[in-house]
Design a protein around this ligand. Structure first.
Ligand code: FES
Ligand code: FES
Length: 162
């Protein structure tokens, strides 16, 4: 198929690695992450900006990457779930979700963990209300949320103890 749109060159740092990429203006950030960079831990669960499965951090802030154009990320630092682990060690948030059984199918989990990271960057001792607010944009169809709340509490303890 012929290309209809002129491509634009952007620079992004993803999980600490710099990339110079050529993208169509209509390309969504989640497409760039999943299809160009092959980082498939960022999921797509809807087409209405509802589910939050596509949540990543962009310059430290949680964004739904299905609702950001790749060109809007030019110059940004992005963190996806693949960037949480360091030197083969799970991030304390990843460990907490496992230990507290904060997942079943796991589809929502990468987005939830990145929303948790944003929360804990600002508040090391969040209460239940703050946690519920922080993860309000992340939908889970399996767990009923109770173990997710436990996981975020445990993550806060893990991160504090680091
Ligand atoms: S894929 Fe559902 S909010 Fe982005
Ligand atoms: S664990 Fe299945 S959607 Fe959350």
């Amino acid at each position: 198929m012929p290309e209809i749109f002129e491509k634009v060159t952007i620079q992004v740092k993803v999980n600490g690695t710099a990339h110079t990429l050529s993208v169509e203006p209509r390309t969504l950030l989640v497409e760039l992450i999943r299809e160009t960079l092959d980082l498939t831990g960022t999921h797509v669960g809807c087409d209405t900006t509802y589910c939050g499965a596509c949540t990543i951090l962009m310059n430290g802030l949680a964004v739904k990457s299905c609702t950001v154009f790749a060109v809007q990320a030019d110059g940004a630092e992005l963190l996806t779930v693949e960037g949480l682990e360091k030197d083969g060690q799970l991030h304390p948030i990843q460990k907490a979700f496992g230990d507290a059984y904060g997942l079943q199918c796991g589809y929502c989990t990468p987005g939830l963990m990145l929303s948790t990271l944003q929360l804990l960057s600002n508040d090391r001792k969040p209460n239940e209300h703050t946690i519920r607010k922080a993860i309000a944009g992340n939908t889970c169809r399996c767990t009923g949320y109770q173990n997710i709340l436990k996981a975020v509490h445990l993550a806060a303890q893990n991160v504090k103890g680091e």
